[in-house]
Design a protein around this ligand. Sequence first.
Ligand code: HEM
Length: 118
Amino acid sequence: DEATFQAFGGKAGLQSLMEDFMANLLADPRTRPFFEKANQTRVKAQLVDQFCQALGGPCQYKGLDMKSAHQGLPPITREHFNALVEDLQDAMDKHKVPFSAQNKLLAELAPLHRDIEH
Ligand code: HEM
């Protein structure tokens, strides 16, 4: 909904959040091996649209579906998934996203693990 999207600072807030999220992913030894080889600029831009849409903002995600985006990567376990969620939570805390808004985003993302872990 609009209030949750605004709690993230709108699209500009999401773009700024994604800078710190990617920095966390690259600093985290559990996730760095995956992201250091990725097109980080593309991934950040796709995540902005995906999160914006998930939050009910005025965006349309046009990237790959989650299975196609991750199936060519080395195996992704629940541990990798949880590490990424922690790195996202740290970024949201840094950006002072209210806890209730954080939980709304995480609730949208949680079911995606089925298509991402392999
Ligand atoms: C809720 C969890 C996740 C979401 C929402 C998510 C979302 C995305 C999105 C939107 C893309 C871009 C797709 C495109 O290029 O069209 C992507 C790519 C990627 N994801 Fe994830 N992802 C998640 C979990 C993970 C995990 C756990 C890992 C590994 C630790 C991972 C590693 C990657 C990598 C390396 C790429 C870039 C692949 C390339 O080079 O093209 N993702 N992800």
